[in-house]
Design a protein around this ligand. Structure first.
Ligand SMILES: Cc1ncc(COP(=O)(O)O)c(C=O)c1O
Length: 417
């Protein structure tokens, strides 16, 4: 039974008036001023001081702080090369272009991802060929990749969804056998590893995002890491207009001129952005442990509710704990996801949706003719997934409020389902 949010109530009287959700007239779990914001960045005094210092330095564009951020990020990841860029989208686009992907090529990618993973393929002129995901991990299903490989396929672009690494062994094996490049979208997977190998270093290039909701933020920003010197050099040059020297290297005494050797992009990171990111690299592991604890508490507190909880991290892999994404068992709730989100909103709790799958967006339907029936798992997940707040800044009370709100809302709707 579907019920409209805000006006709806159970079909029979509820015995515990105090237990009513706010959407049905109960007291909100949190006051408006204490709203639990989904994806709030964790910015402390060290980050503020670092940005102020940069502002006072008279150099806020591409410069020494970007260089330091690249070096320290590369050290954290164990990467030989890293290039800071303006966004995760720019990172993916640059990696594809640097690997020679362009018009007439096909790139295999998951249907379950953020649209910009796929936009990056489209912007090279190549054609995205989507593959369905696993219904439990949301990661691309390796068993369905080979059937999509054609003579035009040049690369496989994987996304480590929510911070869980894809099953890379069969994917790397396929890539080797078919001579394909592998690009990793690591927007969710900064701290992840797979059999000891850091996410981003299993394929030819790893692409990271420092968007405000990510595990590290630079406001907006991204990074490409690689083991391949040629890919590194190409990404570096393409990230700044295709120029052979940037303003910083000229300022610190490098060549006074430059040449343009490619039609590059304006995708560089700035010192201002890097100054916000730098202090976060010193607390990254501590914050990872805090999110791991919240993940465990959610798993314990929510296990009796009509939810399909994310499976535990795979053996031998390190989860980055970026998103906690239970699936709503709508059949037991009798209402749709929007109703649950509205009910949480009335409790002053914000949640996310990751994602409406790519094949369901009008542009992709119209341009490439994608249909739901080719992606049953992504369609199933896309209709049911919600992302709960998961941040190292959350207190025990915050986590408790989230669990209490869901319990109360589900009890209310399930009672009349
Ligand atoms: C899976 C995935 N890929 C790519 C991106 C794009 O990153 P950005 O927003 O930094 O461009 C995001 C970020 O939202 C993402 O979640």
């Amino acid at each position: 039974m579907k019920r409209a949010p805000l006006t709806g109530g159970p079909s029979h009287p509820v015995q515990e008036p105090n237990g009513l959700p706010a959407i049905a007239g109960g007291e909100p779990i949190r006051a408006r001023e204490r709203r639990l914001i989904f994806g709030a960045p964790v910015i402390g005094e060290a980050e503020i001081a670092s940005v102020v210092e940069c502002l006072r330095s008279n150099w806020i564009g591409l410069g020494g702080r970007v260089e330091r951020f690249e070096q320290e990020f590369a050290r954290y990841k164990g990467a030989p090369y890293a290039v800071g860029v303006s966004s995760g989208t720019a990172a993916i686009h640059l990696a594809l272009v640097a690997l020679g992907i362009g018009a007439g090529d096909e790139v295999i990618a998951p249907a379950m991802t953020f649209c910009s993973t796929i936009h990056s393929i489209v912007h090279t002129g190549a054609k995205p060929v989507l593959v369905d995901c696993s219904g439990s991990t949301f990661n691309i299903d390796p068993a369905q990749i080979e059937a999509r490989i054609t003579s035009r396929t040049k690369a496989i672009l994987v996304v480590h969804m929510c911070g869980r690494c894809c099953e890379m062994d069969p994917i790397l094996d396929l890539a080797r056998r078919h001579g394909l490049r592998v690009i990793e979208d690591c927007a969710h997977a900064i701290e992840a590893t797979h059999h000891g190998v850091p996410a981003g270093l299993m394929g030819d290039a790893g692409c990271f995002s420092f968007y405000p909701t990510k595990n590290i933020t630079t406001g907006d920003g991204g990074m490409v890491i690689t083991r391949d010197r040629q890919v590194y050099e190409r990404v570096k040059i393409l990230s700044l207009h295709g120029m052979t020297a940037d303003a910083w290297s000229r300022f610190v005494g490098g060549p006074t001129g430059y040449e343009v050797i490619a039609a590059g992009f304006k995708y560089n990171m700035t010192d201002l952005a890097a100054s916000l990111g730098l202090p976060q690299l010193t607390t990254i592991e501590e914050r990872w442990r805090q999110r791991e604890q919240i993940w465990r508490t959610y798993t314990e507190r929510l296990k009796q509710l009509p939810l399909l909880l994310p499976p535990p991290p795979a053996a031998g892999s390190r989860h980055a704990y970026h998103l906690f994404t239970p699936l709503l068992v709508l059949e037991k709730l009798g209402v749709d996801r929007q109703t649950i989100i509205a009910a949480l909103d009335a409790e002053n709790i914000g949640v996310g949706i990751h994602y409406i799958p790519v094949h369901q967006h009008p542009y992709y339907r119209q341009q490439f003719g994608f249909v739901d029936s080719d992606f049953p798992n992504a369609s199933f997940v896309g209709e049911r997934t919600i992302s709960l707040p998961l941040s190292s800044a959350m207190s025990e009370q915050d986590v408790d409020d989230m669990a209490t709100a869901l319990t109360r809302i589900f009890r209310y709707y399930a009672a009349s389902a």
